[in-house]
Ligand binder design. Structure first.
Ligand code: KIV
Ligand code: NA
Length: 277
C-alpha cells in the first residue's frame, strides 16, 4: 500500500492487467478516488467544463491547473497523479513547453504531465521527456484543438485516419512518452495501435482493447443528468441523491424540523439569565 510509481504502471501493462484512471479536480474527490485504489488520477483540463462551466477546455490556464493539481495532491496518498498541460502552454516553443511542464511538476506537485498532440508536437514533447519529466501523450479526439476537427467527433474511423493515428502514437513512443491516451477512436483502431506499441494505451471511448481506461469523475458518478457521452458508463446517478437531499434540507429549514435538538448546542438556563435582564 505504498505510493504507486511509473514502475507499478509499467508492471501492470507488462502483466496484461488493465490500468485504471479517473479524473479528480479537488481534495475531496481525490481522496475518494485514491481510497478506491485507482492506479492513476488525472487532473484533467476538462475542469474548464466540469468545474468552470465553459463549453470547452481552451480557456484553462497554467494557474488554474497548478491550483487544482495542488488540491488533488493533498487528497491522494497512493495513486499516481498526472496533470494536464493546458492549451497555449506548450505549442509556442520547446522552451515554453519545458518551462510549463516544470511548473506543473514543481508548483502543482504532480507525478507526471499529459499533453495533447501527435507528430506535430514531437519536438515539444521530446524536449519535455528529455528533462526526465514523465509524459503521457493524448491523441484521437484532442479537445483543445477540437475546432480544427469540426467538433467532438470520432477519430481514426477510416483506414487512412487510423494509419495517421498509428504514426502519431509511434512518434509519441519515440519521443519518450510512458503512456498514451486514445480518445474517441473505434475499438479496432485502438486495438491495432495498442498492439503495435511497447507502452500502454489508456482509452476513453476507445473500446476494451486498450491497456487501460480513463473516465471523467462527474460522468461516471452521474453528478449531472443533462448530458451523458455514449462512451461513458454511469456507475451511479448521484445527481438524483443530491437533488433530493438539497430539497429535503430546504423543506426542513422552512418547517424548522432542522436543526433538531441533536444538531443544536444547549446550556443551563442559569447561565443565560444575566443576558435576559
Ligand atoms: O481532461 C480530461 O479529463 C482528459 C481525459 C478525458 C482524458 O483529458
Ligand atoms: Na484533458
Amino acid at each position: 500500500n505504498k505510493k504507486k510509481t511509473v514502475l507499478d504502471i509499467v508492471k501492470k501493462y507488462k502483466d496484461g492487467i488493465p490500468i485504471s484512471m479517473v479524473t479528480a479536480y479537488d481534495f475531496t474527490s481525490s481522496k475518494m478516488v485514491d481510497k478506491a485504489g485507482m492506479d492513476m488520477i488525472l487532473v484533467g483540463d476538462s475542469l474548464g467544463m466540469v468545474i468552470n462551466g465553459e463549453s470547452g477546455t481552451t480557456s484553462v490556464t497554467m494557474e488554474q491547473m497548478i491550483y487544482h493539481c495542488k488540491s488533488v495532491m493533498r487528497g491522494s496518498k497512493k495513486s499516481f497523479v498526472v496533470g494536464d498541460m493546458p492549451f497555449g502552454s506548450f505549442e509556442t516553443s520547446t522552451k515554453d513547453a519545458v518551462s510549463n511542464a516544470i511548473r506543473l511538476i514543481k508548483e502543482g506537485g504532480v507525478d507526471a504531465i499529459k499533453i495533447e498532440g501527435g507528430k506535430k508536437q514531437f519536438q515539444n514533447i521530446k524536449a519535455i521527456c528529455d528533462t526526465g519529466i514523465l509524459v503521457v501523450g493524448h491523441i484521437g479526439l484532442t479537445p483543445q484543438t477540437s475546432t480544427s476537427l469540426g467538433g467532438f467527433k470520432l477519430q481514426g474511423k477510416t483506414e487512412q485516419e487510423a494509419l495517421s493515428l498509428l504514426e502519431d502514437a509511434k512518434c509519441l513512443q519515440e519521443a519518450g512518452c510512458f503512456a498514451i491516451v486514445l480518445e474517441m477512436v473505434p475499438h479496432a483502431t485502438a486495438l491495432a495501435i495498442t498492439k503495435s506499441l511497447s507502452i500502454p494505451t489508456i482509452g476513453i471511448g476507445a473500446g476494451n482493447g486498450t491497456s487501460g481506461q480513463v473516465l471523467v469523475y462527474h460522468d461516471l458518478l452521474g453528478l449531472y443528468s443533462d448530458f451523458v457521452p455514449k462512451f461513458c458508463k454511469q456507475y451511479a446517478t448521484l445527481s438524483e441523491n443530491i437533488d433530493q437531499s438539497l430539497k429535503n434540507y430546504k423543506n426542513e429549514v422552512e418547517s424548522r424540523e432542522f436543526p433538531s435538538p441533536i444538531h443544536s448546542f444547549s446550556m443551563k438556563e442559569s447561565e443565560l439569565s444575566p443576558f435576559l435582564d
